[in-house]
Design a protein around this ligand. Structure first.
Ligand code: ASP
Length: 494
């Protein structure tokens, strides 16, 4: 092996793959059948290699390279991928890309064509069970690896999900609706509005809980947006994603889906939340408030953390432990009220040393109406920005300060530089995370541009986005457990 193909840079890089966290049946392989082409996507040097050694896609092979021997099944290749690598699914479930120049011999040991369409089983209906609607927006949780195009699963049905994750039928009657099929970097305010409307429709049609499948990368933005746009809900609204796609042994897709669905069906918290792995292992999931949650790790399954607060609850094996009692209770007599406005002329500016004023000026000149600054420490930027900030504020732009540290409050009274920045018109944003502040400012500016009103709305907590204080041990216990989280959770009483 010379290098791993860029598509498959993952844990295979490590000498020792992690222990499989799930039973094998959770290792769902979702590879669509590929049609008649026996070389499926291979071309150039890679195609010649297959032909030279008389092997094809789905051949179970032993490959001798000048870096050692590898066994596995030859996977189809994306049409857009390079023509220099052969991709094997190894017995441990991970994929590896072998540089064809390193290959000395390939022996076909068998042929195992995959027709891994999940068998559709009819989702049973039980009048005694709660009704949950799963709204899909895309992301890894909705991905089946189409090795030809890299495409996202085109649809998911209750039958397909039931085939893949049969536990869902023990929890609820599941209805599914695919809203979108995008990776979350492509989510826009329009998607937020669409999701808010779909939530209302589904709850009014009788859903006892909503699950929203979403890419993890921007899930915290969407969670914040829905927290503001769905002003009241009788039921839980649970966002869920997965860090590892369902064809990987370490996938968190099935367990996250089970925990999220269980929470939607049974949890007492009628708010927008994110449900994802708590610790790095599969012991339990945490429910995070939509306005205080943030993706904090690029690859860990326990990537979501509640910032500056405790998570709301822990979910495991069909049991919910409430950690934070300050939440809005489930109440099926409450109606759904939407407030779906958003002024997209807002931006986040992440301050770095030596930032030049032209960054701010360009926002002013391009018609932006709101800026969230993620400032250093307690909320600072350098002096050269001051005139540009003053100009922006004078021209009607609303600027709020947040902190790059993410934890803690903006505190602009401590240093005279903070006071100077406030005098320019920049308003301290309490402990809003920069992302939540961005979403909130767009939402607030959808209502008003009147300065006093904007300030008042920004500093009023509508959905738990601003808290009066951080819990005393919050900073430690919310770092992903171990050992602080464990000690803390042991003291949690149901
Ligand atoms: N890039 C993907 C997304 O956010 C990653 C994921 O789903 O976790 O859509």
């Amino acid at each position: 092996m010379d290098r791993l193909d860029e598509e498959f840079i993952d844990i295979a890089l490590r000498a020792k793959p992690p222990a499989l966290p799930f039973n094998n049946y959770r290792h769902i392989i979702l590879i669509p059948a590929m049609g008649d082409d026996i070389y499926k996507g291979y071309r150039g040097a890679a195609l010649s290699t297959l032909k030279n050694f008389a092997v094809r896609v789905w051949s179970d092979v032993a490959v001798k390279t000048n870096n050692g021997e590898f066994i596995g099944i030859i996977l189809p290749r994306s049409e857009t991928a390079d023509d220099r690598h052969l991709v094997l699914k190894m017995p441990n479930g991970y994929n590896i890309g072998l540089d064809v120049d390193t290959i000395e011999n390939i022996i076909e040991r068998g042929f195992r064509e995959a027709h891994y369409k999940i068998p559709e089983k009819e989702f049973p209906f039980d009048p005694g069970k709660p009704n949950v609607t799963l709204l899909g927006t895309g992301g890894t949780i909705a991905s089946r690896l189409d090795y030809r195009t890299g495409a996202v699963i085109p649809a998911f049905s209750p039958g397909e999900l039931y085939g893949a994750v049969p536990e869902l039928a023990d929890i609820c009657n599941l209805k599914t609706h695919k809203l979108y099929g995008v990776f979350s970097e492509n989510i826009t305010p329009e998607h937020w509005l669409g999701a808010a409307n779909a939530i209302k429709t589904e709850i009014e049609a009788g859903a006892d809980g909503i699950v929203i499948g979403h890419g993890t990368d921007t899930m915290h933005y969407t969670a914040a947006a829905l927290s503001f746009m769905v002003r009241t809900t009788p039921t839980p609204i649970i966002m869920v994603g997965s860090q590892r796609s369902s064809d990987r042994p370490s996938s968190d897709a099935a367990l996250n889906l089970i925990n999220a669905t269980y929470s939607a069906a049974h949890c007492d918290i009628a708010e927008v939340m994110v449900c994802m792995f708590g610790p790095t292992s599969d012991e339990y999931a945490l429910l995070h408030r939509g306005t205080r949650v943030r993706k904090m790790h690029s690859s860990y399954r326990s990537t979501f953390r509640t910032i500056g607060e405790t998570p709301l609850a822990r979910v495991a094996s069909g049991k919910i432990d409430y950690i934070n009692n300050d939440y809005r209770r489930r109440d099926m007599s409450r109606s759904v009220e939407l407030d779906t406005v958003f002024d997209e002329r807002v931006s986040i500016v992440y301050y770095y040393p030596n930032m030049k004023p032209d960054i701010i000026d360009s926002l002013t000149d391009n018609g932006y109406k709101g800026i969230i600054i993620a400032g250093t420490g307690l909320g600072h930027v350098n002096k050269p920005l001051y005139p540009a900030l003053k100009r922006a504020c004078s021209s009607g732009i609303h600027i709020f300060m947040t902190v790059e540290t993410l934890w803690g409050y903006v505190q602009m009274f401590v240093y005279d530089t903070g006071r100077d920045i406030m005098e320019l018109g920049v308003v301290p944003g309490a402990n809003l995370t920069p992302e939540t502040a961005y979403v909130k400012l767009g939402w607030v500016l959808g209502h008003t541009h009147e300065r006093a009103k904007v300030n008042e709305m920004m500093l009023t907590s509508y959905a738990g986005e601003i808290t009066e204080r951080e819990p005393i041990d919050g900073y430690l216990i919310m770092q992903g457990g171990l050992p602080e989280m464990e000690i803390f959770l042991k003291n949690v009483h149901v």
